[in-house]
Design a protein around this ligand. Sequence first.
Ligand code: FAD
Length: 827
Amino acid sequence: MLAFFLVAFATVLVLGYFQVQLAWWSVAAAALAAYLSSAADLGWFTGMILWTAVIALAVVLNFVPLRRKWITDRVLAIYRRILPDMSQTEKDAIDAGTVWWDADLFSGRPDWDKLLATPEPKLSAEEQAFVDGPCEELCAMLNDWEITHERFDLPPKVWQFIKEQGFLGMIIPKRYGGLGFSALAHSAVVMKLSTRSNAAAVSVMVPNSLGPAELLLAFGTDEQKDHTLPRLARGQEIPCFALTSPEAGSDAASIPDSGVVCKGEWQGKPVLGMRVTWDKRYITLGPVATLLGLAFRLYDPEHLLGDEEDLGITCALVPTDTPGVNIGRRHLPLNAAFQNGPNSGKDVFMPLEWIIGGKDYAGKGWMMLMHCLAAGRSISLPTSSAGGAKALARYTGAYARVRSQFRTPIGKLEGVEEALGRIAANCYMMDATRVMTAGAVDAGEKPAVISAIAKYHMTERARKVVDDAMDIHGGKGICLGPNNWLGRGYQVTPVAITVEGANILTRSLIIFGQGAIRCHPYVLREMHAAKDMQGEEAANEFDDAFTSHVGHVIGNGTRAFVHGLSGSRLAPVPAGAAPETARYYQRLGHLSSAFAFLADMSMVAMGGALKRKEKISARLGDVLSMMYLVSATLKRYEDQGRQQADLPLVHWSVRDALWHAQQAIDAIYANFPVKPLRWLLRWVVFPIGTPFRPPKDRHNAGCAALVLEPGEARDRLTAGMYVPKDQRDATGVLEAAFGATVACEPIEKKLREAVKAGTLAPRPGVDTAGLARDKGIISAEDYAAWQRKEALRKDVIKVDDFPQDYGRAESLEKLAREDQPPAKAAA
Ligand SMILES: Cc1cc2nc3c(=O)[nH]c(=O)nc-3n(C[C@H](O)[C@H](O)[C@H](O)COP(=O)(O)OP(=O)(O)OC[C@H]3O[C@@H](n4cnc5c(N)ncnc54)[C@H](O)[C@@H]3O)c2cc1C
């Protein structure tokens, strides 16, 4: 019997692992029954019962009409009873966008070869020329202190340059006068600007994200496109998009802003139009916009358009010079200087033609917004976060080398090294995610779940990076002024956390909530069969989806168990993977099966209530997200030609992500609401204990060393950021001081050795290097280099101070002079 049970167990593991068809399970069951009958003395009665059970089960499971009658039709009836009804807005949100690599991760068997075969996203020559030309030029024009402290806005000449060079029309095709850039190029521009000025990056990012241009491209009438897109592309219109209201923030579909279809007069002629009342807040570019994208709920009480009264959310484009439109007032979002503020209107009459897509699209606004959300969300905030991380990795590494305490560059003190290493590794993973996600958009995806993952995790990592950078800079990061290159970034970090779906909501509700339905290979099919189909069609579709679903659960459970037992050594490694990262693919293989199994068990155990179990849903989302981030990191390592110098970054970031995923899984079963399942889940997923270990200190040290040293690896990590060459610029000086500090280290060594040997005796108030030169310990050139380095170092460590009014009076005078028209200025 022991042999039988061992053979039976092994058979289940093999069949489950390879997720074979039902027929093979039946054959295996028959073979096991035959083995048992011949090996054990069962007696004719027990033997008959055994064979009857095996044959009956095989017939019911393999013969579809019987399977339906006895099993799946009954499950379908239960499913229909318990499946909560979905509102149209929920349906629109679920149906929006596409799924991509997230579906592979959800399947429990990601196809690594497919991912590695995806071409590396690259800029075209024209796009690269724009990044190196106008974008570089724009960065050089930007003075963040002037923008955030003196003007609270971009200077007029910068606005002019942005408009003239087409920065506001990057996503608009060339035939409408736009730049027609790829998502990657759009991302490269926003990233570069983010390394220089948040206000400039946001002002460019918003018109290229979810808003008038994108909505027009997807849904506009030809007339609307021909008229408005060229004006947007040339910067003749400044757009904004107003959805958020005081009463409707995260729950944006509940906006109280409303319009009523009515007859009225427009440009002297009687027309059918809408009288719209709204009160919006937080609208970026709203205070200076000329074209207001407006979302409101449209009603048709007089049935002028049709039978329905409540038509639903509608999007219109409203010129802000329309009588009754109030714009201009500003919020002050944590001292960020991009234009942001409320706007409102009361009973403003507008023709129906202002609805994006025309009157046929009245009431379709939510669907339109959901449809367009993913592309922008994939780029804007992930990109600006990656840009921020690049700037911080470069500047913090440089500062940690230039700044010494206890006669040691602070970056070489282990505590600082730990934080610095985290910054560098996070930066690598973030940029990898940025590029892979932009590549997906360029490949035609509108990746709904991935865009939420990228938005959440990149902004959260940016928050960690800036916290670490602040800690490393100490007081230098805290005292604001033109010489502080990170304080403003630290201040505005929560803005990215809050916008485009606030982060708590995105993690708790969206990533797994939408993923479970969209990325799962069978759930959406089952739901459609249950809710949208009837009769035979529904029963057959449900039968097929449900049976496959059961096989999927058994397969993933078995694979997770086998990988858990074998330390994931049986999991596949793609042919194109480097040997040094091969184990990570196997680890991900284990994680993917474990996650898919846990996801299904959670859905079975909690059903519709999982939506309210946000903590469980959030942790499942964390596991999915970590797998996505690790995939992007491994792909980057391959795409960049397996740079050995980058290995510490890969090791640290991948191990850290796997470790976090494991912690999330631990927390899932520790809090699983169905107690008996807790033990089962733990036993199946990690049968011999938790396999992933946190990153090692040596990986962390390797990451820190990479940004403490000038060279290719540091340049590769921070590629695409703006590096000022002008030494009047605080970060320009930092870059120069960094180079000089490293170059002078041999001189420093000579000085230290001379002091130790007693040939040089430092005296308070006396220039030690000068003494060393006089004694011939260092050469005259050494001394000159040392003097230069010291001057630069002093410049770098200096902190701003101000008169009592923080220099407001003086700067207002300066700005008044600068902004005067040329004739007046000459006079
Ligand atoms: C600087 C800035 C610029 C903006 N630009 C624009 C713009 O151009 N156009 C526009 O229309 N809007 C814009 N917004 C609005 C932005 O999208 C909203 O702030 C955001 O949707 C959150 O709404 P709220 O601030 O009212 O927070 P609330 O909705 O009040 O949320 C508060 C907290 O509750 C959490 N929460 C809410 N519901 C749930 C849930 N079900 N589960 C878990 N947690 C939940 C949120 O995550 C958040 O942490 C901007 C906001 C800011 C601050």
